[in-house]
Design a protein around this ligand. Structure first.
Ligand code: GRF
Length: 199
């Protein structure tokens, strides 16, 4: 299966996917890494031919940037498009274009803490557990159907950085596990239910 990855930053989730592919645990191929940050460290994790980036400020509108991004992705004919630490909101037409094969990993136990600063908000709310979710993307931010979640405890003395590090450790295997189901053709969304089908 062909996977396109969107990143805005360091790309540790992308690296987890690359490692899983290299070890044979994930029967897939990265066909492109796409970024809204031309300087993103994550881009460096793949060979230059697979990198695409552009600065949204160079485009007249969100729609124009999304269209350029979408065209670059479509050119690589991916089966799955995965937002792995992609921090820019995707507009409705982009989401519709890739609907049903567009996934995101979000660092909270959705539906709690949609949007940014999830770790600080979890601590501020005094919660005892936190985690990450992989979900189908719909136009409403972080609101698509959840496929799977990974949990960690909130521990005494945690600050946002310590908690983020604990969550990141479970993000990587979570994302690989979901992608494995995806590339095996076993993942399907129907309404607000996700089916994990047999062969
Ligand atoms: C992860 O916590 C991801 O869930 C969030 O941003 C972080 C990106 O980390 N949206 P990385 O770029 O994969 O290292």
């Amino acid at each position: 299966a062909r996977i396109a990855i969107l990143v805005s930053g360091r790309g540790s989730n992308l690296q987890a996917i690359l490692d899983a592919i290299a070890s044979g645990a994930l029967p897939a191929q990265i066909v492109g890494v796409f970024s809204d940050k031309p300087g993103a460290v994550g881009l460096q994790r793949v060979e230059p031919e697979l990198r695409w980036s552009a600065d949204p400020k160079a485009f007249p509108s969100r729609e124009a940037f999304d269209a350029a991004l979408g065209d670059a992705i479509a050119e690589r004919s991916p089966d799955w498009v995965v937002c792995a630490g992609y921090l820019r909101i995707l507009g409705e037409s982009f989401v519709q274009r890739f609907r049903g094969r567009l996934l995101n990993i979000h660092p909270s136990l959705l539906p709690r803490h949609r949007g940014l600063h999830t770790h600080a908000r979890c601590l501020a709310a005094g919660e005892t557990e936190h985690g990450a979710s992989v979900h189908f993307v719909i136009p409403e931010l972080d609101a698509g159907t959840v496929i799977a979640q990974a949990r960690v405890p909130v521990l005494p003395g945690d600050d946002a950085d310590r908690l983020a590090a604990r969550v990141l450790e479970v993000e990587h295997p979570l994302l690989v596990a979901v992608l494995r189901l995806a590339v095996e053709g076993r993942l399907a969304e129907r309404g607000t239910t996700v089916f994990i089908d047999g062969h």
